[in-house]
Structure formats: structure tokens, C-alpha cells
Design a protein around this ligand. Structure first.
Ligand code: FEO
Ligand code: CA
Ligand code: CA
Length: 640
């Protein structure tokens, strides 16, 4: 096994020094120069900002289908179990009755479960790559008779679930009717799973806490897990984010003798009671913390993937810190440095940003591949006077790691701990505990940063932190959205101001705590209710597209999740799409020409929702998480 790892590492390091200028990388250069937002708000093509988003709003509902406004059409692009090679689809019904080793092998080459992030990477005007995360699996929906309270998976069920996680890269092409289809057997198609070799780079590479019996040098990890949202870099890679990685680790914390290991695991919720649902710790030693106490340190990272080169291993970029990463979205500052905005999605956790030391090079793609290994990691502090500051946690400069001088031991003598135990460092620096930070993204048109705080029903409750201006609601069931302006519109700035863009809720609610406010104003009664904001996309005019994850809860709207649009000029909120029962909506994304809107229907049927969506008439008895696409019937840009 050691030799195997050595070969992969050698190949990866060789490739890092030299990437052949293939057709793919030439495509990338055009992406790098032309992509990433830009655009004019002064009425390109005769469109003025206020005349955009002219569709008639839909409203939250409980329909057992995907609903879009009049004048739009929706279709499925790819779903769990569709083959990425030229082989057969996953045999969903056999998997339901009891998967075989043959099914496990097929899952390794078929589209994974619970699609989350969607990233569109143009190849030509009618061809593109989609990069899609597969966040987690629902054994109670995949396998007949699986009881969430009592069942444990069989070996084949666990294996299948491990390979249904990770990331898919899939080529798509535009059909004559303007919609897209995926290309079976494309050489670009790729599955990265919970078992694919990933490299470790940045400050934590080789640290003693990163070493395990299968990787004694702390350089390589099997797999990436719980990939929730993500971001795209200007050089055409994906930063996929490992979120609730603790869910997969089982074992007994109290029998770990190393105090430091034990305390960091405790801070991150390792091990987890949820491990029983996946069973990985039953069948793989590395997920049992008593057999491999350090394996959990090798998850919780941002992982960089090159969709254009399937031979390049995913790389865990440890300078971006270790926490339950929701997403990692980038912007290039005027001076060429790259800034990455990141949320840690758990109640009372923090928001972070990373500023690279080096500058983005638009003329040499591979020169950017090490950019995320050096720079400064910051955590945010919000002040009640609507100002805020970015507090440095640590800086990586070459081989040196320089911790914030205010951090106590052991961060001074072992500063790499700032990256492995990022939460622990942030706790000591006075950062603001937020209401579950989800997406955190720079709007290229407004040049402000939107952060989704999905909800936190423990805020202000006994034994938990109270409210503050940035998290103003006790018992925050509905969630909120903050808009941040970096000082001088400079994303590298260490100071900012902020406003409450949205306190989510129902405009007709009588309880103030559940009422919808937009930029401080109560919303009109005709505005659709919204809760649990999760992920953002921005159209060409800077309008904010918001996907939700939580409307179905009886504590929120008891309606299906959806996609909403916030017109940044008129401040009008509309509902654009609603999903199947029990699902959340993820991955809002546009095609480069804005004529297609992509999103995912994740976990249809969860929490006992009665659906077998998408009902394709093919006799399949289980619901299937899918990527869907929406176009206007007149084929014009979706946001018009
Ligand atoms: Fe996986 Fe934070 O949603
Ligand atoms: Ca999310
Ligand atoms: Ca979510």
C-alpha cells in the first residue's frame, strides 16, 4: 500500500510543476479572463435593472412536483444512479431490496446521492462541465425497511453509501430545444467518492495530528465527505467543502488518552451518534476513532478539484482552516490577491475569510494552483454599531506559520493548530457566534458580500448565547441574511460595515419573531414567505437568488423548500421555484449565457414526506435526488 501512495504522490507532484497546455487549459484561460461576474447594470440588451425578474411570483406550497412560474419550463438533467460511463444505470430497485457488490461497483461510476453544489464550467457555447457535490445519503429512503432509530447498514449498504458520496464531474451539451443533456461516457466524466485518494497541502501537511497508520507521513487521505456547497476559483477549479464530517466517525471519545486530540474532537462533535446510519466505522477502521484517532483531523477541509483534468487528485487546502465548511466563494481584489469567504455551518459558529499572499495570474493557469496554500485566515467580529472587523487567526508565509500573538498556548508553540483546530482559535479571539452560517458570497455587481444565517432555534435560550445586533432574534426559526460592505469595497480590508438585508419569515405572521422584513421594512402582504436561506447565486444584474433548506419544518413554513429572488434595486422578493416534498434546494447556478438556471432537488422524501419524486414512469420505487434545469419558454435569459 505504501508504494501505491508513493506513486500517486509522485505523479501528483510532477503534475503540479507542469501542466501540458491542452485544449482544456486553453478553454480555462478564456474562462479566467471572461468569467466570474462582470456585466453592466446599465441596461445591456435594452434591459434596465428594475425591469428584470418580471415573472409572476409563485407561493410556498406542498405540491408533489417542482413548480416554476408561468413562461418557464423545468426538466431533470441528471439524477442519482445515472451512469457517467457507458454502462447501465444503478439498479435502484435492487439496491432498495439489498444492494450487491455489483451495485457497489456501479455506484462508483454512477451519479451520486443528494446533489448539493452545482458549478457550471463552459467548454464551448453548447458544451460545458457541471461539477456537483453529493453531500450525504439517506439510508431510510435508499433501502427498504431501514429504520433510522434502530437499523445499521449491511456491508454492501455501507459501501454503496460511501461511493454515493463525494463529487461528480459530468459533461453536458445543449440540445436543439435549448435545454441540456448530460453526455454518457465523456472523457471528462469523473466520480470522486468517499474513497478517492486526495492530497493534503498547506500548513497541516505532515503535522503529527494528520498522520495515520495508512498514511504515516500525513500527506494523503482516502476520500472527501459531506461535500455541501462549494465555490469556483478564477482559474477554473472548484473548492468543494467538507461540512458535517463528524457524522461518519464512531467510537468512544473517553478512551482516547491524548488530551489535545480528545479536546479538539469534542469541539467538533467527533464521534457522532449519526455514524450508526452510515456504518463506516463498523467496516472501515479509519472511521473508528479508537483505531485511528487522527483520521477525523483529515476531514473538515476545503478541497480543490480541477474539473478539466481527471488525473489531478483532489487537494485538501489546509490553509483555509478546518471547520464544518458550507462553501468557499472567491473574489479577486484590485491588487490581484484572492479572497475566499467561508461559513462554518453549525449553531453559534463563525464566518471566516482567507486572503492569499500571492496574486492571481490570469495568463498562467497553473501558476495559481498553489495560491491557496499561503496567506492569512481571518474570523469576523460584528459590532452592534453596524461595523465589524476581520481578526487574523494565523498567516502562512512559505514554511512559516505566524499565529495571532493574542492566542495562548498551544497555538504559539504549535501554530499549525490554528488550522487544525480553527474553531478553538476563533473561540479565543472574540469572534461573533452566528446563527448557522451557510453561503457567504461576493456579489460582483453590488460589490457587497451576502451571508445566509439559516436559523438557530437555540439563540437566547437557557444555557446558550443571547441575541446581538447581527443575530437579533431569540428562538430564530426563520433565519436571516446580512449584507456586508468591505471598507473601500476592498475584499482584503480588515474592516467592514453591515446591514440586515432580510429577517426571514411570513409577511402575514402575527408573531414579530416570525415576520418577514426586507432591509428593515415589513414586507408587503403579497410577498411570499421565506425561511432557512442556504445558498446564493447572482444573476447578471446582481439580483440575489436564494435557495432554502428548511421551509418544510412545522416550526417554519410547513411548505416545500424553494428558490427566491431578491431584486437588489427594488428590494422586491419573489418565489421562482418550489421543490418536491421533503427536499431542500441547493446549488443555484446559471449557465454562462444566463439562459438556464440549474439547481438540485436534494433528499426528496426526507423526514417522512410522502413522495417518490421524480416519477419517471420507469417503475423505480425510490425518490431520486436530481439536478434540474429551468429555461424560459421564449429561450431568453432567465432573469428577464
Ligand atoms: Fe449542508 Fe450547511 O448545508
Ligand atoms: Ca447548504
Ligand atoms: Ca443545507
Amino acid at each position: 500500500m505504501g508504494e501505491y501512495f508513493g506513486d500517486i504522490l509522485k505523479r501528483a507532484l510532477d503534475r503540479r510543476d507542469f501542466l501540458k497546455l491542452t485544449g482544456a487549459s486553453a478553454v480555462m484561460l478564456s474562462f479566467a479572463c471572461g468569467g466570474g461576474g462582470g456585466g453592466s447594470i446599465t441596461g445591456e440588451g435594452g434591459i434596465t435593472p428594475t425591469s428584470s425578474l418580471s415573472y409572476k411570483t409563485i407561493y410556498p406550497n406542498n405540491e408533489d412536483r417542482v413548480v416554476v412560474p408561468e413562461g418557464y419550463r423545468v426538466s431533470i438533467l441528471i439524477k442519482w444512479g445515472d451512469p457517467l460511463d457507458n454502462g447501465e444505470p444503478l439498479n435502484w430497485n435492487r439496491v432498495y431490496e439489498g444492494p450487491t457488490t455489483e451495485d457497489v461497483e456501479r455506484q462508483k461510476r454512477c451519479f451520486g446521492y443528494n446533489a448539493d453544489f452545482v458549478g457550471f464550467f463552459k467548454l464551448t457555447s453548447d458544451r460545458a462541465l457541471l461539477v456537483v457535490n453529493h453531500e450525504y445519503t439517506n439510508p431510510e429512503l435508499m433501502f427498504r425497511g431501514f429504520d433510522l432509530n434502530t437499523s445499521t447498514p449491511t456491508r454492501e449498504q455501507a459501501d454503496l453509501m460511501l461511493h454515493a458520496h463525494g463529487v461528480s464531474v459530468v459533461e453536458i451539451r445543449r440540445k436543439s430545444d435549448g435545454s441540456w443533456e448530460y453526455v454518457k461516457g465523456s472523457p471528462f466524466n469523473r466520480r470522486i467518492t468517499g474513497d478517492t485518494v486526495c492530497l493534503i497541502s498547506g500548513p497541516a501537511m505532515g503535522h503529527r495530528l494528520m498522520k495515520t497508520s495508512y498514511d504515516p507521513n500525513g500527506l494523503l487521505v482516502y476520500g472527501t465527505l459531506n461535500n455541501c456547497a462549494a465555490g469556483k476559483t478564477p482559474w477554473g477549479t472548484v473548492l468543494t467543502c467538507e461540512e458535517n464530517f463528524h457524522s461518519y466517525f464512531g467510537g468512544d471519545l473517553s478512551s482516547i488518552s491524548d488530551d489535545l486530540v480528545r479536546s479538539i474532537h469534542q469541539r467538533y462533535g467527533v464521534p457522532s451518534r449519526r455514524a450508526r446510519l452510515y456504518g463506516f466505522h463498523m467496516y472501515y477502521d479509519r472511521f473508528n476513532i479508537n483505531r485511528e484517532p487522527n483520521e477525523a483531523f483529515r476531514f473538515g477541509w476545503v478541497v480543490e478539484i480541477d474539473p478539466y483534468d481527471h488525473t489531478r487528485p483532489p487537494v485538501k487546502r489546509t490553509a483555509l482552516g478546518r471547520f464544518k465548511h458550507e462553501a468557499a466563494t472567491t473574489v479577486v481584489a484590485n491588487d490581484g490577491r484572492v479572497v475566499v469567504y467561508m461559513g462554518d455551518d453549525e449553531r453559534f459558529e463563525y464566518i471566516y475569510k482567507f486572503v492569499t499572499k500571492g496574486k492571481y495570474n490570469p495568463l498562467n493557469r497553473t501558476a495559481n494552483f498553489g495560491l491557496l496554500d499561503e496567506g492569512t485566515l481571518y474570523v469576523a467580529k460584528f459590532n452592534d454599531d453596524l461595523t465589524g472587523e476581520w481578526i487574523p487567526i494565523a498567516t502562512v508565509d512559505g514554511n512559516r506559520v505566524i499565529p495571532n500573538p493574542n492566542l495562548p498556548e498551544p497555538f504559539q508553540s504549535d501554530p499549525v493548530l490554528c488550522f487544525i483546530n480553527t474553531r478553538g482559535a476563533a473561540d479565543l479571539l472574540g469572534a461573533t457566534k452566528m446563527d448557522r452560517p451557510e453561503d457567504f458570497e461576493w456579489n460582483p455587481i453590488t460589490k457587497s458580500v451576502f451571508v445566509a444565517l439559516t436559523y438557530n432555534e437555540r439563540r437566547g435560550q437557557s444555557g446558550y448565547p443571547g441575541t446581538d445586533k447581527a443575530n437579533p432574534r431569540p428562538l430564530n426559526h426563520m433565519g436571516h441574511i446580512i449584507e456586508i460592505k468591505e471598507q473601500n469595497n476592498d475584499p482584503t480590508s480588515t474592516r467592514f460595515t453591515w446591514v440586515m438585508a432580510m429577517l426571514c419569515g411570513d409577511p402575514r405572521a402575527t408573531d414579530e419573531n416570525r415576520k418577514l422584513y426586507i432591509y428593515g421594512q415589513p414586507a408587503k402582504e403579497t410577498t411570499p414567505a421565506i425561511s432557512a436561506p442556504d445558498n446564493f447565486a447572482f444573476d447578471k444584474l446582481g439580483n440575489v437568488w436564494i435557495a432554502t433548506d428548511g421551509n418544510p419544518s412545522p416550526n417554519r413554513l410547513a411548505k416545500n423548500d424553494g428558490v427566491y429572488t431578491l431584486n437588489v434595486y427594488t428590494k422586491e422578493l419573489k418565489m421562482f421555484l418550489s421543490g418536491a416534498p421533503g427536499c431542500e434546494i441547493c446549488g443555484p447556478e446559471f449557465s454562462e449565457d444566463y439562459k438556464t438556471f440549474f439547481c438540485t432537488i436534494q433528499h426528496p422524501g426526507e423526514d417522512g414526506a410522502n413522495t417518490r419524486w421524480p416519477y419517471l414512469g420507469d417503475g423505480v420505487v425510490v425518490p431520486r435526488p436530481s439536478v434540474i434545469q429551468v429555461q424560459r419558454e421564449d429561450r431568453k435569459e432567465v432573469y428577464l
